[in-house]
Unconditional design. Structure first.
Lengths: 152, 689
């Protein structure tokens, strides 16, 4: 019986270590996943959260994309799907994903730097990278026209 | 004609598989052998029908039959033939048929190879296999019909996602599917054993080979996927802890645990319930992987579009399987009792058990991190994200423990390790590990996890190489063979053991490759033709890349803009290198094709980040300024070498034929009588407590 108990202790030990790793892992690395307007609300309520890591998703504002030639810097505006009047200015210094376009929905990780500027260290596009189009898009002839980079 | 025939065959396969389930279970109940035989024939019939259905889908692709929704969404006239064939698994609808085809293929093999054996198991096994098949056929017929027609016939299809137009992508999904689906057979045998009450060593023996087969394909599939991500996604990495990647890792982890704990059952008659649980859990995890990938519930770069019907269907299936497994295991609990007890903490049994617990811990951490955002949103309403930092922070320490266990397991004594055993077997290897860490630290390596990986890796490699050396030397002496002959005979005599060690060598090499990521270097620079950029690698090499200019080229369904660089290493010209951007026409999408120049220990990885004129497709660039991202990724090639070694080791373990019993005992064996199948001679007297 005492032997069983010792092995039970071993099991509890492993479980404790794993739980502790998961717990600290989550609390160290978890970030909030917000829309631009949620981010702005949060920043206005608690300004000390500026420069804390956060994940933001929104729509690229058409016509807002700019790229500086001297250094690799992409700048574009991202708006909130529900509150289009709220926009964030995004700075990104890495190559953009191939599926990026001015109609794309993007998911970004980075920090809010104040003054409406979001410094992204990662940009992913949402719809374009899915391997299957939503079924509704297939209805009607229009779906087959190659209108531009944003058809997916 | 073939697509229509395929659709017909798919419909016919459903009643036949359901009929087979009924026959198998009735035949079992009434003891009617003819019914069971009939059920087994329906397994082969379903395989044939699904093969016809798959051929129908491929024919629809090859014939540009765009009236089919599936074809028009995943193909276009100018798509290369090669990718048209792989259209079968390019999207949700086709890939589920392909999945069912794979299940049927393995089911058919299992039924055929056991046609004259294990009869009392086989009726339940065929019944279970057919039930799983029926589930997938129902999904393909009613939720994701591959032969659904559009109300009109488009002129051309929408084309295949350019990211899928890659060599690795054509072989990565099928390999992974083979791994997932092969696991249906061990699951069926587990259910068969539980239902029939034949819980002796038989089912475990058959199952082990099948699990290893599944594990082989899963491993290859995962490594191919990493390779694809590395070449095609163009961000310099190979693993992103994406939900779909995690989904493929989960069954792999649980299956790995089973492959280890099954040895304890075979040699010591312990952990029977545990093994049963692991088989069921692995199968549930393969279904969970399909669920995650195909329901689109969790945001992922890989996933298919959101489909709640599929989500509910797979959740329901998982729930049913879990309940069946649970009820059956509880019912058979008295017959699954351990024959022996653990005797000591310091024993090989404990090392195996610890390996299992740690593996499951890793699996749980991966599962938790994957599901956490969904759970938090469901419970609190606030959206959170958990990314690669979480998985690395949790899994690196766990991985290091597993790595260390690979060195401890082979040389710690069964039952109870004496102080003498520990001292004799561990002093030198631990010394080698410490020495490695010392040398690397002296050379300037300061990254703690990397140091630990190399130190523990060296310890494990030393242990394994010593085992090989001792075995070969003993055999050479006793049998009077030359060293190479003795080496090959040694492996042949116990393929499982030595194959397993080779797999471990591969894992160590792979882990060292992962550790290399700590020393990645990266520069980004905008260049005009004639200008160059330099980067220093972690190994101290200086690469200088001179941008020579861009040329434009027409591919079959795309334009290629190819940047030419000439590469110097440490001041010596080593050759030209290209890196490109492509603009696909169907679907219209740009695509980065990275340039990779591999040496034995590091990769030069060049991304053409932006062209100066990115206004539109087909426009000539006004001038040729371009921005390059240049990376040197040390030890990445070792990941692929490690994968290859793992594959070789697994094949050695899988090769038909059991362990060849040597006529004479190998030196160092004190108790030949203590040899059990799958167990190796003890190099020291086993102390009985």
């Amino acid at each position: 019986m005492s032997r069983d108990r010792r092995f039970f202790a071993g099991l509890v030990g492993v479980a404790t270590v794993v739980t502790w790793l998961i717990w600290t892992g989550i609390s160290d690395t978890m970030v909030y996943y917000l829309t631009p307007s949620e981010l702005m609300d949060r920043m206005n309520a608690t300004p000390e959260l500026v420069e804390q890591g956060v994940k933001v998703s929104g729509n690229v504002v058409p016509g807002s994309y700019e790229r500086s030639t001297a250094e690799l810097l992409h700048t574009f505006l991202v708006s909130d799907p529900k509150h289009p009047e709220v926009t964030l200015t995004v700075h990104f210094r890495h190559p953009l994903p191939d599926t990026f376009s001015e109609e794309a929905e993007v998911v970004m990780e980075g920090r809010y730097m104040g003054d409406g500027v979001f410094e992204a260290h990662e940009v992913l596009t949402k719809c374009g990278s899915r391997y299957e189009a939503a079924p509704e898009e297939m209805k009607g002839d229009d779906a087959y026209g190659y209108g531009g980079t944003g058809t997916t | 004609m073939l697509p229509e025939l395929g659709e017909f065959a798919l419909w016919i396969s459903l009643p036949i598989s359901i009929w087979g389930v009924v026959l198998a279970f009735l035949g079992g109940r009434w003891g009617r052998g003819d019914l069971v035989l009939s059920a087994e024939r329906s397994v082969h019939a379903v395989l044939f029908l699904l093969a016809v259905a798959s051929a129908g889908i491929i024919a629809a692709f090859l014939g540009d039959r765009f009236e089919y929704w599936y074809v028009s969404n995943y193909s276009s006239r100018n798509l290369e033939t090669y990718f048209k064939v792989s259209g079968l698994w390019a999207g949700q609808r086709g890939s589920l048929v392909f999945w069912a085809l794979n299940v049927a293929f393995f089911s058919s093999i299992a039924v055929w190879t056991n046609r004259a054996r294990n009869r009392e198991l086989m009726l339940w096994v065929s019944g279970t296999l057919l039930a799983v098949l029926a589930f997938f056929i129902v999904i393909t017929l009613f939720i994701t019909p591959p032969f659904e027609r559009l109300p009109f016939t488009p002129q051309d299809g929408r084309g295949l996602n350019p990211q899928l137009q890659n060599y690795w992508m054509t072989i990565h999904p099928p390999t992974l599917y083979l791994g997932f689906t092969a696991f249906t057979v061990p699951f069926a045998f587990a259910i068969g054993a539980l239902l029939s009450g034949r819980l002796d060593a038989r089912w475990i023996q058959i199952t082990r080979k099948w699990v290893l087969t599944s594990w082989f394909f899963l491993t290859l599939g995962i490594v191919f996927g990493m390779r694809w991500a590395y070449e095609e996604l163009g961000w310099g990495g190979y693993w992103f802890w994406d939900p779909v990647e995690n989904a493929s890792l989960l069954p792999w982890i649980v299956a790995t645990a089973f492959l280890h704990s099954v040895m304890i059952q075979e040699s010591r008659g312990m952990l029977k319930v545990w093994n049963m649980v692991l088989v069921c859990l692995t199968f549930i995890m393969t279904i969970f992987a399909t669920f995650l990938t195909r329901s689109g519930l969790i945001e992922s770069v890989h996933s298919f579009a959101l489909s709640l019907e599929i989500a509910y269907a797979f959740l329901g299936f998982m729930a049913v399987i879990s309940i069946i497994c649970l009820v059956l295991i509880v019912w058979r609990l008295p017959e699954l009792r351990s024959e022996r007890q653990f005797e000591s903490f310091l024993s090989r049994e404990s090392a195996f058990l610890l390996n299992n617990l740690v593996l499951l811990g890793a699996g749980f951490a991966v599962l938790w991190g994957t599901m956490f955002p969904l759970l938090t949103e469901g419970l609190t309403g606030s959206k959170v994200a958990v990314g690669p930092p979480f998985f690395n922070q949790v899994n690196i320490p766990i991985g290091l423990i597993l790595l260390a266990l690979m060195g401890i397991g082979p040389v710690i004594a069964w039952r109870r390790a004496s102080a003498r055993n520990l001292k004799k077997n561990f002093m030198i290897p631990i010394g080698v590990g410490l020495l490695t860490a010392g040398i690397l630290a002296a050379l300037g390596m300061r990254h703690v996890y990397a140091l630990l990986t190399f130190a523990i890796g060296a310890f494990v490699l030393w242990v394994i190489v010593t085992e090989f050396w001792k075995g070969t030397r003993a055999r050479a002496r006793i049998e009077g063979e030359g060293a190479p002959t003795a080496f090959f005979h040694l492996i042949r005599r116990n393929r499982r053991r030595w194959g397993g060690y080779i797999v471990h060598v591969g894992v160590v090499v792979m882990f060292m490759g992962f550790a290399g990521a700590a020393f990645d270097r990266e520069v980004r620079q905008s260049l005009e033709p004639g200008e160059s950029v330099s980067i220093q690698s972690a190994f101290g090499h200086e690469y200088t890349l001179t941008y020579e200019g861009i040329s434009t080229q027409r591919g079959q369904n795309m334009w290629q803009w190819i940047a030419l660089m000439s590469v110097e290493r440490d001041g010596r010209f080593i050759g030209p290198m290209t890196t490109e951007r492509r603009f696909y026409e169907a679907p219209p999408q740009p695509m980065t094709e990275v340039g990779i120049r591999s040496t034995f220990y590091e990769d030069l990885y060049v991304i053409l980040a932006t062209l100066d004129d990115r206004v539109g497709i087909g426009n000539e660039p006004d001038f040729q300024r371009a921005t390059f991202q240049v990376m040197v990724n040390p030890l990445v090639p070792w990941i692929w070498y490690g994968g290859l070694v793992i594959a070789i080791g697994t094949l050695i373990g899988l090769w038909p034929g059991g362990p060849v019993q040597s006529q004479r005992p190998v030196a160092g064996v004190t108790k030949p009588a203590a040899r059990r199948p799958g167990n190796e001679p003890e190099p020291q007297p086993a102390g009985v407590g």
